[in-house]
Design a protein around this ligand. Sequence first.
Ligand code: NDP
Ligand code: 8X3
Length: 253
Amino acid sequence: MNKIVLITGATSGIGEACAEIFASNKFDIIITGRRKSKLAELKIYLEDKYNINVLELCFDIQNRHEVSASIDSLPEKWKKINILINNAGLALGRDSFENASVTDWETMLQTNVNGLIYVTKKIVPFMIASKAGHIITIGSIAGKEVYENGNVYCASKFAVDAISKSMRIDLLKYGIKVTAIHPGAVETEFSIVRFKGDKEKADKAYLGYTPLQAKDIAESVFYTANLPKHVCINELIITCTEQANATYFNKKA
Ligand code: NDP
Ligand code: 8X3
């Protein structure tokens, strides 16, 4: 087998772009997500185009037992995971604290924080056994600065930042690298999900400037994953040129 990378949330956006760049560089890939048909399409596409092996795992990352059973179901040779890309995540709503939905908050925390913990806790023992491995987590600029109406999405990404930092300390003794990549605005399905299918609101999020594309982040992920053994990028904050921080954009009218 080639080196193996497991990517959560590979059915669209940044995760899908990561799958493509790793496949094109001859990694075997475990792709995960809830949309079974998208996983199946992606597997066929990547295997045909790049002549590598792809294994699909369909699960809801919020469900600890589904995560656990799915990872347990991996054939032994697929458990030798070299790189874990913790990418699955979402924002739901962008409302002021008093108006925001508690159910949306629960979904964000359950997905972005608990889901990440469930997957990582299952994969870390494989990496400890091989005394190597690299965990690359997609945080967000929202995990570095809070912004108006970002409330619990920001909190979930602050937690992701903290978990990455603490894993880097705890896993140091095993030679496991931990990298967090914190993007600003990236044009993916993210805003469609955040605004619950309201395309007009979603499109507005990317108006008046040139946002990052999923491939831009995937290229950075790939770069950090392919440095010499003694080099670890701890974290990166990446924005498009017209974004200075979580809130300040140089937008054309
Ligand atoms: P997309 O909506 O395009 O992709 C999100 C991915 O996460 C999908 O593959 C989706 O798969 C998966 N996912 C979501 N919920 C679950 C779940 N419950 N179980 C399993 N998989 C799930 O968005 P992006 O590519 O933009 O987002 C990827 C990551 O990047 C997220 O963590 C996001 O917070 C972060 N990010 C995004 C930014 C942006 O502006 N786009 C900026 C900063 C960070 P499926 O629906 O098939 O389950
Ligand atoms: C996504 C970027 O600025 O919408 O994490 O929170 S932002």
